[in-house]
Design a protein around this ligand. Structure first.
Ligand code: LFR
Length: 500
């Protein structure tokens, strides 16, 4: 057993949490000490993150972590921060935040991929970054923002976890895995791409020096110690600061023949590689090469995940017909499957609002039965997600040559039994579900390794997760050809849509 507990701050698009992890007799004991909502705010038409509210949540969480462990050698040994990707805050010359970070779902990025491609053609951009063409990427946000006066006044850009880390420590750095979500990093050099930066006129000096997971990132400031009641010194360790990097580090896989699906607001489905796939075929299939812990590459496709369902729930609530999730999932399980499917990879579902109607519109447009009630809509969403998971896993395997024997589902979707079962059926592969808190496991393990409380490569860290959690297995059942036919339906639709 080792002394001390590692505090993992994990910030997601709908909530943040602080978890405490302790290494005990060959396993990790993980405990949630605090959770707080992350609620975007629209101001003068622009959608923002309320980043000070989130930071308060982090401070409250660290105080709760201190209270849960007590002081002394058993107290909080270090802190690691991970969050969603692509978003950032701008600092002026004094290090003061210039306004609230804009939310990646804000409409300002509309049309920006096409604008950028006028300067740097899509094929070239992909060859230098390997990142999927998604309007949310930092690159397109910068293309939309670079004429703003606050951007011109900015001296530094900090991605969300780096911003939180700066406030906690006073030290600035750019963690590599979160940096790779900007679409400004070259996965071959694991450094900024001068070609992309120059083409876009982005100044490399905007970004503080790169750190890799495991590096030190400073110590909690005295005022932070006073405010949280923690006893210093408490180091902050750079972890896989992109939540998906931490989640994939926390996948309880054995060996390398696995695919993962990190589920939450998004579904990130793919395989782990040691080098990027930058082929034209890969670009056409809209695959991304994000950088991971220990020199890995996450070769995956971003899919609109449970966002589709979250937005439906929000719409039903707003129209005075709130739905209870568990009941809805039970009812959806009874609805006949694969009646209507939509392309869950499509950016048409990116922006908030009117989700049940938008799904119905797509079903109508594509000549499929229109879901008649919340249960049918839910079934349509889950079938569509399972289908998109299948396509991503199959494409990842085909385009990378990486063999896949098992599909691991981690993150919030791992507790959605219907989604896990449908994914196993759609892939025709066994699904292993859990842990829900994979990102926190990955975050804690990288800290623990830096503190020498655990040792070994990623495989050894994953073995620790495996011995710490109860996993659910789903064997594939049912008629596999039905999924193949549904996939063909979506592909035809995507072709008809191309160029719009
Ligand atoms: C998941 C995630 C995805 C990223 C999306 C937006 O939480 O980090 O990996 O594409 O959020 O940042």
């Amino acid at each position: 057993a080792s002394k001390g507990a590692f505090a993992a701050v994990d910030l997601g698009a709908s909530s943040g949490r602080v978890m405490l992890g302790q290494v005990r007799d060959g396993s990790i004991a993980l405990e949630e000490v605090d959770r707080f909502p992350n609620r975007p705010v629209r101001v003068l038409g622009t959608l923002h993150w309320d980043v000070l509210d989130l930071y308060r949540g982090v401070l409250d969480g660290l105080r709760a972590a201190g209270a849960a462990t007590g002081a002394g050698p058993d107290g909080v040994a270090s802190v690691g921060i991970d969050s969603w990707g692509v978003d950032y805050g701008l600092l002026d010359a004094d290090g003061t935040l210039l306004g609230n970070p804009v939310h990646y779902r804000d409409a300002r990025t509309q049309g920006m991929p096409a604008e950028v491609e006028k300067v740097l053609p899509a094929a070239e951009l992909y060859a230098h970054t390997g990142i999927q063409r998604m309007p949310i990427n930092t690159l397109y946000q910068l293309a939309a923002a670079r004429e703003d006066s606050r951007f011109r006044a900015a001296r530094q850009l900090l991605l969300i976890p780096d911003l939180i880390s700066y406030w906690l420590t006073g030290q600035r750095g750019t963690e590599l895995t979160i940096a790779s979500t900007t679409q400004l990093i070259d996965p071959r050099t694991r450094d900024w791409s001068p070609v992309v930066m120059d083409a876009l006129g982005v100044d490399r000096g905007l970004f503080p020096p790169l750190r890799t997971p495991g590096d030190g990132a400073g110590q909690l400031r005295d005022d932070v110690l006073a405010e949280t009641g923690l006893t210093g010194p408490v180091p902050v360790t750079a972890v896989g600061a992109h939540d998906t990097a931490s989640a994939v580090a926390g996948v309880p896989a054995q060996g390398s023949r696995f695919a993962y699906i990190a589920t939450g607001t998004w579904s990130l489905a793919g395989v782990e590689l040691t080098s990027a796939v930058l082929t034209e075929e890969s670009r056409a299939a809209n695959f991304t090469n994000e950088l991971g812990v220990d020199g890995t590459v996450r070769y995956l496709r971003n899919i609109m995940g449970l966002w589709l369902l979250q937005e439906c729930l929000r719409a039903w609530e707003a129209q005075g017909t709130p739905q209870e999730l568990d009941t809805l999932l039970e009812e959806a399980a009874e609805v006949p499957g694969l009646r209507s499917v939509v392309d869950a990879g499509s950016a048409e579902f990116l922006r908030p609002g009117r989700m049940p109607q938008r799904i119905a519109d797509v079903c109508r447009r594509t000549g499929q039965p229109v879901p008649r009630d919340p249960a049918e809509t839910t079934r349509c969403v889950l079938d569509s997600l399972a289908l998109a998971h299948r396509e991503a896993v199959f494409d990842a395997r085909r385009l990378s040559g990486q063999d896949v024997e098992t599909v691991h589902i981690v993150g919030g979707g791992a507790r959605n039994a219907l989604l896990c079962r449908l994914t196993a059926d759609a892939c025709g592969l066994p699904v292993v579900a859990g842990p829900v808190e994979a990102a926190a496991y990955g975050n804690v393990l990288v800290q623990a390794r830096t503190a020498a409380a655990v040792t070994g490569p990623l495989g050894a860290l994953r073995a620790l997760v495996r011995s710490s959690v109860r996993l659910r297995q789903y064997a594939p059942t049912g008629d596999h050809s039905a999924w193949e036919q549904a996939a063909a339906r979506i592909r035809t639709e995507a072709r008809t849509d191309a160029g719009t």
